[in-house]
Design a protein around this ligand. Structure first.
Ligand SMILES: [Cu+2]
Length: 435
């Protein structure tokens, strides 16, 4: 098995990587503006799934009927990296299922895979036989078959769905989705977003996620997209924003929002009583958990990301010789004789990686994203993976989810250079104990 650790020696880290991803956070079309156009007749404000979509349903005899189809799909993580993944109804994550507490739902599941599957409704209170554990609570859904699940929604909150059949493989390849149940009474939320976190062993130069990997992943995603292809979270100043975060990956994710002290207000246990809310700037969303955060939007472009710093990188090498502080200039030419395209990098840190990539200095493995990418109004952002932006403006209309471009800070509210002299000023340093 070629793992992320042993695939890349230092030289290939230096010589990374393929075609630069799109430089805009709006690389995906702002599809789904239609998702949230109107407040539903059922008195809830529909959730918006950035880069994703909501599954339509029909009404039959008072039952809301949905139809999922499990199938292999072609998926793009960001321009420059596509893969054969598995998902539902053409996408990973599968479409968001949305309903209201008290509804009776019937969910048809057609299996277009070449192995059996099931769907487990993660966090839902339902009859044992509807719980979707293949072999335990039901027979497997064989290739070509369609099963019907039917149950009452007895709760509200942020839930998920995923297979409970060969789940290591099926989830590793992208089979998962969110299941949002609104309470009967409307909530004071202006914009309601949902993000599902995941990880992918997309080894450099390959076209299928490797399900055998347990910890060393190459791509870290919100809704199966990586920065800079993740749509921004858009809001108008003063609006109450909720972001529902689910985790069906193999790692816990400390999700961090800049510029706000948010409240953690809910989970798959629904919207918590206010006395249970916590004020945080980072909230760990553990594997198998969901967490809702809410905040009042303040103007700016605010980073929103997992705080595991490797989770905001794309494909990279681990277990490499540490280049920090190593002067390789005399060696560069000699190494290049053996490894064409080698560029000595990392002596002073890895920030120069994106400059080399953006300048097109060296092609890397095919179908492989640069470790860091994305550009803002002041230069490279040097991020990847689970990173996107919360973009808040004063003049966004309620149903407008389009990327408003870059924030223009008011005069005298932006950090600025006051000296280019490295000996400027007298910064205090801690006195040595031994002097
Ligand atoms: Cu993370």
């Amino acid at each position: 098995m070629t793992s992320r650790r042993n695939f890349l020696g230092f030289s290939s880290v230096s010589a990374m990587i393929a075609a630069a991803a799109a430089s805009s956070t709006n690389a995906q079309p702002a599809a789904g503006a239609e998702q949230s156009k109107s407040t539903n007749a059922q008195n809830y404000n529909p959730v918006r799934t950035p880069n994703g979509w909501t599954l339509p349903h029909t009404e039959k005899d008072g039952i809301k009927e949905f139809h999922l189809i499990a199938e292999e799909i072609e998926h793009e993580f960001a321009p420059g990296s596509t893969a054969k993944c598995w998902g539902y109804n053409g996408t990973t994550p599968g479409p968001t299922i949305e309903a209201v507490e008290g509804d009776r739902v019937r969910i048809l599941v057609t299996n277009a895979l070449k192995e059996h599957t099931t769907v487990h409704w993660h966090g839902l209170i339902l009859p044992s036989g509807m719980d979707g554990v293949g072999g335990l609570s039901q027979p497997q859904i064989a290739p070509g078959e369609t099963f019907a699940y039917e149950f009452d929604l007895k709760q509200h909150g942020t839930h998920m769905y995923h297979p409970h059949a060969d789940e290591m493989t099926q989830m590793a390849l992208g089979m998962m989705g969110m299941f949002i149940i609104h309470p009967k009474e409307p909530e004071p939320i202006d914009r309601d977003y949902c993000l599902l976190t995941h990880n992918w062993a997309m080894h450099p130069g390959t076209f299928r996620p490797d399900p055998s990997v347990m910890i060393d992943f190459d791509l870290w995603s919100f809704n199966s997209k990586v920065f800079p292809a993740i749509e921004p979270i858009v809001a108008r100043t003063g609006e109450r924003v909720r972001i529902r975060i689910g985790n069906l990956s193999m790692w816990n994710h400390p999700i961090h929002l800049h510029g706000a002290s948010f409240n953690v207000t809910g989970s798959d246990g629904g919207r918590w009583p206010q006395t249970a809310w916590r004020s945080e700037s980072t909230e760990i969303v553990g594997v198998g958990q969901t967490r809702d955060i809410e905040f009042t939007a303040t103007p700016g472009d605010w980073a929103f990301h997992c705080h595991m710093s490797h989770h905001t990188m794309n494909a990279m090498g681990h277990d490499i010789p540490n280049p920090t502080g190593v002067n390789m200039r005399g060696l560069e030419g000699k190494i290049r004789d053996h490894l064409p395209g080698f560029i000595a990098m990392g002596e002073h840190g890895m920030a120069e990686h994106q400059q080399h990539i953006d300048a097109g200095h060296h092609p890397g493995p095919i179908n492989t994203l640069p470790m860091m990418s994305g550009s803002g109004p002041y230069g490279p952002i040097e991020m990847g993976g689970m990173f996107t932006l919360v973009k808040v403006r004063d003049d966004i209309s309620p149903q407008d989810f389009r990327d408003p471009g870059w924030y223009q800070p008011p005069v005298n509210t932006i950090a600025k250079r006051i000296s280019g002299n490295p000996n400027y000023g007298k910064p205090p340093r801690k006195p040595s104990t031994y002097e």
